[in-house]
Ligand binder design. Structure first.
Ligand SMILES: Nc1nc2c(ncn2[C@@H]2O[C@H](COP(=O)(O)OP(=O)(O)OP(=O)(O)O)[C@@H](O)[C@H]2O)c(=O)[nH]1
Length: 431
């Protein structure tokens, strides 16, 4: 029988080790633990070991040389397979590095060699209620430490939201440090960011072992596709497919979902538009016309305060081949080349690719080039944001001009990223 696995994620200091120590103390089953820390010599492993080994004899294995999700894919698989061969236990918990992306770790257990002896049951993300509130859910402008991760490529806020979006259980920890309303605001925002995840609240990780260990089998595709931004994009795309009037003009769907075209899929509709609480809303923006690179960068430097998340594909003038993913988390936006527009290939290859993707929406003039963003925010003036986004689009005149001369901060190579930070000037020039 495959051993169930739980992956534990969450930003540095959110309370993963505290929760894990408690779990090891209270669970009746034999739990093996794999701990990974970036740049530190397994302080957590020592801690967990010190607190649990003598009492329970639980196994603790530590990975030393970096982050499991980047370089240690192979090492992770080897370590957990060795563990499985050499020891008997009922459950494996992997405590992931505080700055890692959870998906590559999960993949090791779903598609990698570790998928044989193990069965991934749950990805649990621990959220520091206080810090999450101040960073994303507060109406006031509280200064919070932002910045890129250790490699300088991804802002911390982006990784935190990715961990929230890629999990099936969210533990809102440190609830002693927020009041009831602040806690509710955090929960409402988390529900919007990942509508499918179960959400529990805790202080010092005081949860029943069953809450953490008793979940159903993890489904990678389902979890990945259920992030709030993704649902919004899919619901919008579905509407466009049904709507044959979508001829290159942009439209923003109303926040209550009552866009002028109507939704075809009630389920997608419900999930894409969760109940509005604390002014939290989800919007979509779609257009088959590129952004002017300088005007778009200017907008990203002066985003409205309440915008928590924006994510999706963008077409940026001067980058005719590059399909660029825009990912805004709080004040920081990462632009990353995540693929190539099919329309930039030769006719012959376009045919081949399009045959492989019969559902791909195609415009006679622009092919698959488009801007399709999901926007999540609280108390955002959506009309104002929409018109600011519209002002970033090329004008008719610019559409016919040469785009190669623009100052263009957008990345060019596959996988390349550029981060643009928003200042505290929401009224900043966006023209
Ligand atoms: N006030 C408060 N402090 C907490 C709570 N949970 C954990 N802490 C404290 O927060 C600090 C960080 O907790 P850890 O459990 O080490 O956090 P972590 O997520 O494992 O941190 P990294 O290993 O650095 O990623 C410790 O000092 C804990 O005692 C809580 O619910 N409330």
């Amino acid at each position: 029988m495959a051993v169930p696995v739980t992956i534990l994620c969450g930003e540095l200091g959110a309370g993963k080790t505290t929760l894990l120590s408690r779990l090891l103390e209270t669970a009746n089953s034999e739990i093996a633990v794999l701990v990974n820390d970036v740049g530190e010599v397994n302080v957590d492993a020592d801690l967990v070991e010190a607190r649990t080994d003598l009492e329970t004899g639980d196994e603790v294995v530590a990975l030393e040389n970096g982050c499991i999700c980047c370089s240690l894919g192979g090492e992770l698989s080897r370590a957990v397979i060795r563990l499985w061969k050499e020891h008997e236990f009922d459950h494996l918990v992997v405590e992931a590095s505080g700055v890692g992306e959870p998906e590559p770790i999960a993949r090791q257990f779903v598609r990698g060699p570790a998928g044989g002896p193990y069965d991934l049951e749950a990805v649990v993300t621990v959220v520091d209620a206080r810090r999450f509130h101040d960073r994303f859910a507060d109406g006031d402008d509280v200064p919070v430490q932002q910045g890129a991760d250790e490699e300088g490529t991804r802002p911390l806020s982006d990784l935190i939201l990715e961990q929230v979006e890629f999990c099936d259980l969210l533990v809102v920890n440190k609830c002693d440090l927020v009041d009831d309303e602040e806690r509710e605001r955090v929960v409402a925002l988390l529900e919007t960011l990942q509508p499918r995840a179960e959400i529990v609240t805790s202080e010092y990780g005081d949860l029943e072992p069953e809450t953490l260990l008793g979940s159903e089998r993890f489904e990678l595709e389902t979890v990945r596709d259920s992030a709030g931004w993704k649902r919004q994009i899919e619901a919008d795309a579905e509407v466009d497919e049904q709507d044959h009037d979508d001829r290159g003009e942009k439209h923003v769907h109303d926040h209550d979902g009552a866009d002028e075209h109507g939704h075809g899929d009630a389920d997608a509709h419900d999930h894409a538009h969760p109940p509005e609480r604390y002014g939290i809303e989800v919007e979509g923006y779609h257009c088959r016309r590129p952004f002017h690179p300088e005007r778009f960068a200017e907008l990203l430097r002066s985003l409205p305060d309440g915008l928590v998340r924006a994510k999706g594909l963008t077409w940026i003038a001067g980058r005719e081949k590059q399909a660029i993913t825009t990912s805004t988390a709080g004040a920081e936006t990462t632009l990353e080349v995540t693929g190539r527009w099919i329309a930039s290939f030769s006719e012959e290859r376009q045919e081949t690719y399009r045959q492989g993707q019969p559902d791909l929406a195609w415009d006679d003039e622009h092919g698959d080039r488009e801007i399709r963003l999901a926007l999540i925010g609280r108390d955002v003036d959506w009309d104002a944001l929409e018109s600011r986004l519209d002002n970033c689009l090329l004008t008719d005149e610019e559409m016919d001009a040469d785009w190669s001369d623009y100052e263009n901060p957008a990345p060019t190579g596959m996988g390349e990223t550029v981060t643009i930070s928003s200042t505290d000037d929401p009224e900043g020039s966006s023209r």
